[in-house]
Design a protein around this ligand. Sequence first.
Ligand code: GLU
Length: 292
Amino acid sequence: MTVVTRFAPSPTGRLHLGHAYAAIRAHDHARRAGGRFLLRIEDIDGTRSREDHVAGILADLAWLGLAWDGPVVRQSTRLPAYAAALDRLRADRLLYPCFCTRADIAASASAPHHGPDGPVYPGTCRRLDAGVAAERVAAGVPHAWRLAMDAAFAAAGPLGWIDRDAGPQRAEPLAFGDVVLARKDAPASYHLAVTVDDAAQGVTDVVRGRDLMRATDVHRLLQGLLGLPTPVYLHHPLLVGADGERLAKRNGAAALADRRAAGEDGAALARSLRAGQGAPGAPPIGFAPDNA
Ligand code: GLU
Protein backbone atom coordinates (compact mmCIF):
# COMPACT_ATOMS: atom_id res chain seq x y z
CA MET A 1 0.00 0.00 0.00
CA THR A 2 1.34 3.46 -0.91
CA VAL A 3 2.12 5.56 2.13
CA VAL A 4 0.22 8.88 2.08
CA THR A 5 0.96 11.68 4.55
CA ARG A 6 -0.20 15.27 4.72
CA PHE A 7 0.69 18.65 6.15
CA ALA A 8 -2.48 20.45 7.17
CA PRO A 9 -1.84 24.01 8.34
CA SER A 10 -4.57 26.51 9.21
CA PRO A 11 -3.98 29.80 7.36
CA THR A 12 -4.74 31.88 10.43
CA GLY A 13 -1.18 33.07 10.92
CA ARG A 14 2.29 32.81 9.48
CA LEU A 15 4.26 29.57 9.77
CA HIS A 16 7.11 29.33 12.25
CA LEU A 17 9.86 26.80 12.95
CA GLY A 18 7.48 24.36 14.67
CA HIS A 19 5.37 24.20 11.51
CA ALA A 20 8.48 23.73 9.38
CA TYR A 21 9.50 20.79 11.53
CA ALA A 22 6.01 19.22 11.31
CA ALA A 23 5.97 19.64 7.52
CA ILE A 24 9.45 18.11 7.20
CA ARG A 25 8.48 15.11 9.34
CA ALA A 26 5.35 14.41 7.26
CA HIS A 27 7.19 15.03 3.97
CA ASP A 28 10.19 12.84 4.81
CA HIS A 29 7.98 10.05 6.17
CA ALA A 30 6.27 9.79 2.79
CA ARG A 31 9.41 10.23 0.70
CA ARG A 32 11.36 7.57 2.61
CA ALA A 33 8.56 5.09 1.83
CA GLY A 34 8.29 6.16 -1.82
CA GLY A 35 4.85 7.52 -0.94
CA ARG A 36 2.84 10.70 -1.43
CA PHE A 37 2.94 13.91 0.59
CA LEU A 38 -0.24 16.01 0.41
CA LEU A 39 -0.91 19.61 1.37
CA ARG A 40 -4.29 20.51 2.85
CA ILE A 41 -5.23 24.04 3.81
CA GLU A 42 -7.49 23.96 6.87
CA ASP A 43 -9.40 27.14 6.06
CA ILE A 44 -12.68 26.08 7.61
CA ASP A 45 -12.64 29.11 9.91
CA GLY A 46 -13.77 31.79 7.48
CA THR A 47 -13.32 34.62 9.94
CA ARG A 48 -9.70 33.85 10.83
CA SER A 49 -8.36 32.34 7.58
CA ARG A 50 -6.54 34.71 5.23
CA GLU A 51 -5.48 34.39 1.60
CA ASP A 52 -2.13 36.05 2.25
CA HIS A 53 -1.39 33.33 4.79
CA VAL A 54 -2.27 30.63 2.21
CA ALA A 55 0.18 32.20 -0.25
CA GLY A 56 2.78 32.42 2.53
CA ILE A 57 2.40 28.71 3.36
CA LEU A 58 2.99 27.68 -0.26
CA ALA A 59 6.03 29.97 -0.50
CA ASP A 60 7.45 28.74 2.83
CA LEU A 61 7.20 25.07 1.82
CA ALA A 62 8.85 25.75 -1.54
CA TRP A 63 11.61 27.70 0.26
CA LEU A 64 12.21 24.73 2.60
CA GLY A 65 12.47 22.45 -0.45
CA LEU A 66 9.30 20.51 0.36
CA ALA A 67 7.27 19.62 -2.76
CA TRP A 68 3.77 18.24 -2.29
CA ASP A 69 1.94 15.83 -4.58
CA GLY A 70 -1.32 16.54 -6.39
CA PRO A 71 -3.60 19.52 -5.96
CA VAL A 72 -3.75 21.52 -2.74
CA VAL A 73 -7.03 20.62 -1.02
CA ARG A 74 -8.85 23.41 0.75
CA GLN A 75 -11.37 22.59 3.45
CA SER A 76 -13.54 25.51 2.37
CA THR A 77 -14.37 23.48 -0.77
CA ARG A 78 -15.33 20.37 1.21
CA LEU A 79 -18.44 21.58 3.02
CA PRO A 80 -20.85 19.03 1.43
CA ALA A 81 -18.70 16.17 2.77
CA TYR A 82 -18.86 17.60 6.30
CA ALA A 83 -22.61 18.15 5.98
CA ALA A 84 -23.08 14.51 4.95
CA ALA A 85 -21.10 13.30 7.97
CA LEU A 86 -23.16 15.52 10.27
CA ASP A 87 -26.38 14.20 8.71
CA ARG A 88 -25.31 10.65 9.41
CA LEU A 89 -24.49 11.37 13.05
CA ARG A 90 -27.73 13.31 13.43
CA ALA A 91 -29.70 10.38 11.99
CA ASP A 92 -27.99 8.16 14.56
CA ARG A 93 -29.18 10.59 17.27
CA LEU A 94 -25.67 11.33 18.37
CA LEU A 95 -25.77 15.10 17.82
CA TYR A 96 -27.72 17.84 19.55
CA PRO A 97 -27.98 21.56 18.87
CA CYS A 98 -26.33 23.87 21.38
CA PHE A 99 -27.48 27.48 21.68
CA CYS A 100 -25.11 28.47 24.47
CA THR A 101 -22.83 31.45 24.16
CA ARG A 102 -19.37 31.39 25.71
CA ALA A 103 -20.74 33.57 28.48
CA ASP A 104 -23.60 31.09 29.13
CA ILE A 105 -21.10 28.27 29.43
CA ALA A 106 -18.83 30.24 31.75
CA ALA A 107 -21.82 31.21 33.92
CA SER A 108 -23.26 27.70 34.16
CA ALA A 109 -20.23 26.04 35.68
CA SER A 110 -18.62 27.76 38.63
CA ALA A 111 -15.61 25.42 38.57
CA PRO A 112 -15.45 24.19 34.99
CA HIS A 113 -14.00 20.78 34.47
CA HIS A 114 -11.04 20.90 32.08
CA GLY A 115 -10.49 18.42 29.27
CA PRO A 116 -7.75 18.20 26.64
CA ASP A 117 -9.47 20.92 24.54
CA GLY A 118 -10.24 23.29 27.44
CA PRO A 119 -13.32 23.54 29.65
CA VAL A 120 -15.69 20.59 29.25
CA TYR A 121 -19.20 21.61 28.20
CA PRO A 122 -21.59 21.16 31.14
CA GLY A 123 -24.31 19.67 28.93
CA THR A 124 -26.92 22.43 29.35
CA CYS A 125 -28.51 22.12 25.90
CA ARG A 126 -28.51 18.35 26.05
CA ARG A 127 -31.21 18.61 28.67
CA LEU A 128 -33.43 20.82 26.49
CA ASP A 129 -36.71 19.32 25.39
CA ALA A 130 -36.12 17.89 21.88
CA GLY A 131 -39.21 19.63 20.48
CA VAL A 132 -38.14 23.01 21.83
CA ALA A 133 -34.63 22.53 20.45
CA ALA A 134 -35.99 21.58 17.00
CA GLU A 135 -38.24 24.65 16.98
CA ARG A 136 -35.32 26.93 17.80
CA VAL A 137 -33.22 25.36 15.03
CA ALA A 138 -36.09 25.79 12.56
CA ALA A 139 -36.48 29.41 13.66
CA GLY A 140 -32.85 30.07 12.80
CA VAL A 141 -31.55 30.63 16.33
CA PRO A 142 -27.73 30.43 16.02
CA HIS A 143 -26.48 27.08 17.22
CA ALA A 144 -23.58 24.66 17.20
CA TRP A 145 -23.92 20.87 16.91
CA ARG A 146 -22.37 18.84 19.69
CA LEU A 147 -21.61 15.15 19.88
CA ALA A 148 -23.40 13.39 22.74
CA MET A 149 -20.10 11.92 23.86
CA ASP A 150 -21.15 9.17 26.21
CA ALA A 151 -23.82 7.87 23.80
CA ALA A 152 -21.34 8.04 20.92
CA PHE A 153 -18.67 6.25 22.92
CA ALA A 154 -21.14 3.53 23.90
CA ALA A 155 -22.35 3.17 20.30
CA ALA A 156 -18.83 2.83 18.91
CA GLY A 157 -17.56 0.32 21.49
CA PRO A 158 -13.89 0.05 22.53
CA LEU A 159 -11.51 1.51 19.96
CA GLY A 160 -7.77 1.65 19.63
CA TRP A 161 -5.17 3.17 17.38
CA ILE A 162 -1.44 2.86 16.82
CA ASP A 163 1.19 5.53 17.30
CA ARG A 164 4.51 4.65 15.65
CA ASP A 165 6.43 6.22 18.53
CA ALA A 166 4.23 5.59 21.55
CA GLY A 167 2.75 2.21 20.54
CA PRO A 168 -0.83 0.96 20.79
CA GLN A 169 -3.30 3.42 22.32
CA ARG A 170 -6.80 2.98 23.65
CA ALA A 171 -9.13 5.77 22.50
CA GLU A 172 -10.44 7.61 25.54
CA PRO A 173 -12.45 10.51 24.14
CA LEU A 174 -14.79 10.85 27.13
CA ALA A 175 -12.44 13.38 28.72
CA PHE A 176 -13.31 15.85 25.92
CA GLY A 177 -16.99 15.92 26.84
CA ASP A 178 -19.61 16.84 24.23
CA VAL A 179 -17.26 18.23 21.56
CA VAL A 180 -18.53 20.69 18.95
CA LEU A 181 -18.65 19.16 15.45
CA ALA A 182 -20.28 22.10 13.67
CA ARG A 183 -19.68 25.58 15.00
CA LYS A 184 -22.04 28.52 15.04
CA ASP A 185 -19.62 30.42 12.82
CA ALA A 186 -18.15 27.52 10.81
CA PRO A 187 -19.90 24.57 9.16
CA ALA A 188 -17.55 21.99 10.69
CA SER A 189 -15.11 21.87 13.58
CA TYR A 190 -11.48 20.86 13.35
CA HIS A 191 -12.22 17.38 14.74
CA LEU A 192 -14.86 16.58 12.14
CA ALA A 193 -13.14 18.13 9.11
CA VAL A 194 -9.76 16.53 9.79
CA THR A 195 -11.28 13.08 10.24
CA VAL A 196 -13.45 13.25 7.12
CA ASP A 197 -10.61 14.67 5.02
CA ASP A 198 -7.90 12.26 6.11
CA ALA A 199 -10.20 9.42 5.03
CA ALA A 200 -11.27 11.10 1.76
CA GLN A 201 -7.66 11.80 0.80
CA GLY A 202 -6.55 8.24 1.58
CA VAL A 203 -4.06 9.37 4.24
CA THR A 204 -2.39 6.22 5.60
CA ASP A 205 -0.01 7.87 8.07
CA VAL A 206 -0.99 10.97 10.02
CA VAL A 207 2.28 12.63 11.06
CA ARG A 208 1.75 15.62 13.35
CA GLY A 209 2.87 17.09 16.66
CA ARG A 210 2.37 15.56 20.08
CA ASP A 211 0.08 18.43 21.04
CA LEU A 212 -2.58 16.60 18.99
CA MET A 213 -1.96 13.16 20.51
CA ARG A 214 -5.16 13.09 22.60
CA ALA A 215 -7.26 14.68 19.85
CA THR A 216 -6.69 11.42 18.00
CA ASP A 217 -8.99 9.75 20.55
CA VAL A 218 -11.84 11.92 19.23
CA HIS A 219 -10.82 11.32 15.61
CA ARG A 220 -10.73 7.56 16.19
CA LEU A 221 -14.22 7.72 17.69
CA LEU A 222 -15.53 9.65 14.68
CA GLN A 223 -13.92 7.10 12.33
CA GLY A 224 -15.78 4.36 14.20
CA LEU A 225 -19.10 6.21 14.02
CA LEU A 226 -18.73 7.17 10.36
CA GLY A 227 -17.32 3.85 9.14
CA LEU A 228 -14.01 5.42 8.04
CA PRO A 229 -10.62 3.68 7.96
CA THR A 230 -8.09 4.35 10.72
CA PRO A 231 -4.65 5.56 9.63
CA VAL A 232 -1.48 4.86 11.58
CA TYR A 233 -0.34 7.90 13.57
CA LEU A 234 3.01 9.39 14.41
CA HIS A 235 2.92 12.24 16.90
CA HIS A 236 6.36 13.77 16.81
CA PRO A 237 8.00 15.69 19.66
CA LEU A 238 7.49 19.45 19.72
CA LEU A 239 10.34 21.88 19.16
CA VAL A 240 11.26 24.18 22.01
CA GLY A 241 13.66 27.11 22.08
CA ALA A 242 16.75 27.46 24.27
CA ASP A 243 14.45 28.69 27.06
CA GLY A 244 12.41 25.46 26.96
CA GLU A 245 9.36 27.30 25.61
CA ARG A 246 7.50 25.86 22.64
CA LEU A 247 8.32 27.51 19.35
CA ALA A 248 4.90 28.89 18.66
CA LYS A 249 3.88 32.13 17.09
CA ARG A 250 2.43 33.30 20.38
CA ASN A 251 5.81 33.43 22.08
CA GLY A 252 7.38 35.46 19.35
CA ALA A 253 9.19 32.82 17.29
CA ALA A 254 10.35 34.33 14.00
CA ALA A 255 7.99 33.60 11.12
CA LEU A 256 9.48 31.57 8.27
CA ALA A 257 8.44 34.41 5.96
CA ASP A 258 10.74 36.83 7.79
CA ARG A 259 13.67 34.45 7.49
CA ARG A 260 12.87 33.90 3.83
CA ALA A 261 12.71 37.66 3.22
CA ALA A 262 16.02 38.11 5.04
CA GLY A 263 17.68 35.83 2.48
CA GLU A 264 18.24 32.81 4.74
CA ASP A 265 18.82 29.51 2.92
CA GLY A 266 15.63 27.46 3.41
CA ALA A 267 17.16 24.17 2.35
CA ALA A 268 19.96 24.63 4.90
CA LEU A 269 17.39 25.38 7.60
CA ALA A 270 15.47 22.21 6.67
CA ARG A 271 18.70 20.15 6.90
CA SER A 272 19.44 21.58 10.28
CA LEU A 273 15.90 20.88 11.57
CA ARG A 274 16.23 17.29 10.32
CA ALA A 275 19.40 17.04 12.38
CA GLY A 276 17.46 18.27 15.43
CA GLN A 277 19.19 21.64 15.42
CA GLY A 278 17.98 25.19 14.99
CA ALA A 279 19.11 27.57 12.32
CA PRO A 280 22.87 27.79 11.83
CA GLY A 281 24.17 30.53 14.13
CA ALA A 282 20.84 30.94 15.97
CA PRO A 283 20.08 29.86 19.56
CA PRO A 284 19.75 26.08 19.82
CA ILE A 285 16.43 24.29 19.83
CA GLY A 286 15.42 21.09 21.56
CA PHE A 287 12.37 18.92 22.02
CA ALA A 288 9.71 19.24 24.67
CA PRO A 289 9.56 16.35 27.15
CA ASP A 290 6.82 13.83 26.39
CA ASN A 291 4.39 15.17 28.93
CA ALA A 292 4.67 18.80 27.70
N1 GLU B 1 -4.75 22.39 11.16
C1 GLU B 1 -4.12 21.95 12.37
C2 GLU B 1 -3.14 23.00 12.86
O1 GLU B 1 -2.81 23.90 12.13
C3 GLU B 1 -3.35 20.65 12.24
C4 GLU B 1 -4.22 19.53 11.83
C5 GLU B 1 -3.62 18.15 11.94
O2 GLU B 1 -2.42 17.97 11.63
O3 GLU B 1 -4.35 17.24 12.26
O4 GLU B 1 -2.71 22.93 13.97
